[in-house]
Write a protein of this length. Structure first.
Length: 385
């Protein structure tokens, strides 16, 4: 099958959407498909894929609209069996926004703003060029085009597609992210775990891990406050943060809370596996995540996960068994209790088995096969048209 994958930037080691797209492209290539990548830039292009670069002028006033317009030109010339868009274009057979919905994210991110400022956000959305460009882009992306399928990464995203954009339920398919359980797995012999815990100087502590680039969005503020609560109870607990976010403000926050010695900032890492294997619990008190890939990676590594109901990946867990889902990231007391529920080693051991089982129910193979079935539906309808 001749398949076009459209994404703003193709980066094999980038964020969740970029890494997922790379893995999906490689899966399709391994299964004999003709894969074409339509993107504004490439890093780590898989062998056998055909790259179609979308060039947008550096000082373009509306770069997102320009990308979508130029990507449309490419896919219309390409005679593809299926066009699968990750959320950056407006011409596709399958529209699968890995960022979720921008309006849903906008509403959830209001929690990051002081309460007295929240009423002004609606006005800002109407006036600021960035948001007006998003609105114009989405007006095209969510047009009721005959035959187009909308793929939601979670039930949460499906509800947002229906509620904010009026997409008919019968046009939406739910396909959660998938993880490679051979790539992400527990440390069978414990050697990596022991080495990493020595390097991090956390040998005897319960290690709570967060992997993120946008520390604020992923809930590092409430995580540090929850850690301070646990430390005040005498718990031997440490938070390890992996990612390229701005560290200095959080170091000051940790110092103010009296927990600076219990926080490790590891910086950006191309390979996060050793950190998963060194940790005891993965914590992501996010404000908005359509279906966090790192949560699935953590589950595959046998880590119980603590997250919020604003993370679609929480729908794939067994709350109280393989992890905990709290209502909102602003509930610091609830977050601390959820984290503390996995303090005992025996509880974590049982949760680890359940976590791995949850991941095995949502592998990259399952994910790709479900999408391939949708591709077949699209190609079949096109052949009959």
């Amino acid at each position: 099958m001749r398949i076009a994958l459209v994404i703003g930037r193709y980066n094999a080691t980038g964020g969740g959407a970029e890494r997922w797209t790379d893995r999906h492209a490689r899966w399709l290539l391994a299964h004999g498909h003709d894969v074409h990548l339509v993107s504004g830039g490439f890093s780590g292009l898989p062998e056998g894929a055909t790259a179609h670069e979308v060039t947008v002028a550096r000082r373009c006033a509306k770069p997102r609209l320009a990308f979508a317009e130029k990507a449309e030109e490419i896919v219309r010339r390409g005679s593809f069996d299926v066009v699968h868009d990750m959320g950056d274009g407006w011409t596709s057979d399958l529209f699968m926004p890995h960022h979720g919905t921008r309006r849903g994210g906008f509403e959830q991110n209001s929690l990051l703003v002081p309460r007295w400022l929240r009423p002004t956000r609606g006005l800002a959305r109407q006036l600021l060029p960035r948001y007006r460009e998003f609105d114009e882009l989405e007006s095209r992306q969510y047009e009721p085009v005959a035959g187009r399928l909308f793929v939601a990464l979670s039930h949460m995203v499906r509800e947002h597609m229906m509620g904010y954009y009026g997409v008919a339920e019968e046009q939406i398919r739910i396909v959660p992210n998938g993880v490679d359980p051979n790539r992400f797995h527990p440390d069978e012999h414990g050697e990596t775990r022991a080495r990493m815990r020595r390097e991090l100087a956390v040998e005897d502590a319960v290690v709570y891990l967060l992997i993120a680039h946008n520390f604020r969005l992923k809930g590092l503020d409430p995580l540090l406050e929850a850690l301070a609560t646990l430390r005040s109870r005498g718990r031997s607990a440490v938070v390890v943060v992996v990612g390229a976010g701005r560290v200095a403000p959080y170091q000051r926050m940790a110092d103010r809370l009296g927990i600076l010695d219990a926080v490790r900032f590891a910086g950006s890492r191309d390979d996060a596996l050793p950190y998963y294997q060194a940790a005891d619990v993965y914590v992501q008190p996010t404000y908005y995540d359509p279906c966090s890939l790192v949560v699935l990676e953590a589950l595959a590594c046998g880590l119980p996960v603590v997250t919020t109901r604003h993370n679609g990946a929480g729908e794939l867990m067994e709350p109280g068994v393989s992890g905990a889902v709290i209502e909102t990231p602003t509930d610091v007391r609830g977050l601390a209790e959820a984290m503390d529920s996995f303090h005992e080693e025996e509880v974590r051991r049982v949760a680890s088995v359940a976590a791995r089982c949850n991941a095995l129910e949502n592998t990259i193979d399952h994910n790709a096969e479900r999408l391939l079935s949708l591709y077949g539906d699209v190609a079949g309808r096109r052949a009959c048209a």
